[in-house]
Write a protein that binds this ligand. Structure first.
Ligand SMILES: [Zn+2]
Ligand SMILES: [Zn+2]
Length: 316
């Protein structure tokens, strides 16, 4: 009887071992299929993207020697990714905003959700009075009031970081400076701590005109998506005209597109388990509703080239 029990146990063990091997092989094959289909999409999309040319004097790549990062390199670098437990993008308004700036924040939060295929929550605004005197200054020559980014990151955001946050981002209308020897920054993020702070101060006055609103929206969307890409371990892009390209000036960042190149798109879709076409469709409806015509056309062409291999096919 003992022998029989032993035999049954060994049969059971073998069964579970086979099941485990089967499951591992299956998971591996699903992941390989996903990667392959993203590689195919990347190849198709490359036809409508512009390769980066030689940088002009003063531009980011004329000063910074960066090697870039392909989709394959990204997967190999053990990137910091959103997980089932940490998948929410939290937006933290900080300080006073005009009604137009409030609209920009709401639209940015919505866009971030589509861009990264993650849920977004806008937290209750925090007053600027929580920033102590030691973390504020008046710029010594320009005179505008500024708040210290490192204080916001480490003393305001990090202690309140929600457990389920993929990232926790503060948006403020105040100008920012990151410390000694700096005049200002558009924003700063702590990649390990998953917190970031970005400013609308230098994005123009969205209340002035429709064009100014659009410009402020585009700039805010670019900053938030570019920096969040970094928070998910994406390096600067050196391959194409892309939202993940480094910028040395406002002029250079205004020139960059809001969309990502095929390599960077593959990283985001792989990292957030997004379907490229579903993602493009959500972005198109956002861009249509918000007057971003160039983006609507580009995302529509992206869908056409993935579906038909040709952007002319759907005309007539
Ligand atoms: Zn960057
Ligand atoms: Zn790119």
């Amino acid at each position: 009887m003992f022998k029989k029990y032993k035999k049954e146990l060994s049969f059971n063990n073998q069964f579970w071992l086979f099941l485990l091997i089967f499951l591992l092989l299956w998971i591996n094959s699903v992941q390989a299929q996903e990667s392959t289909s993203l590689n195919i999409i990347t190849k198709k999309l490359s036809k409508i993207h512009t390769k980066l040319g030689t940088p002009k004097s003063g531009e980011w790549l004329s000063i910074h020697d960066e090697s870039g990062q392909t989709f394959i390199e990204y997967k190999r670098c053990r990137p910091r990714l959103p997980t089932a437990q940490r998948k929410i993008i939290y937006i933290q308004p900080l300080g006073h905003f005009t009604s137009s700036q409030k609209k920009i924040i709401k639209a940015t939060a919505e866009f971030m959700g589509y861009y990264f295929n993650l849920p977004v929550i806008i937290k209750k605004a925090l007053p600027l009075s929580i920033i102590p005197k030691k973390a504020r200054r008046q710029h010594p020559s320009w005179g505008m009031k500024q708040i210290l980014t490192t204080y916001v990151l480490h003393n305001v955001l990090y202690p309140k970081l929600p457990d389920d946050a993929a990232v926790y981002i503060a948006l403020t209308a105040s100008d920012l400076w990151p410390g000694k020897d700096w005049n200002f920054v558009f924003g700063q993020a702590s990649l390990k701590k998953r917190v970031g702070v970005f400013s609308l101060y230098r994005n123009g006055n969205p209340g002035k005109s429709e064009a100014d609103f659009l410009l402020c929206l585009q700039r805010t969307l670019k900053t938030c998506t570019h920096e969040t890409g970094h928070m998910f371990s994406m390096k600067h892009c050196t391959a194409y005209e892309c939202n993940l390209c480094g910028s040395n000036s406002r002029e250079e960042s205004d020139k960059r597109p809001l969309w990502m190149c095929p390599e960077c798109l593959a990283k985001v879709c792989w990292a957030t388990k997004a379907s490229p076409i579903k993602r493009f469709k959500k972005l198109i409806s956002f861009c249509e509703a918000n007057g971003l015509g160039k983006e609507v056309e580009f995302y529509n062409n992206s869908i056409k080239i993935i579906s038909h291999g040709n952007i002319e096919k759907n005309k007539n």
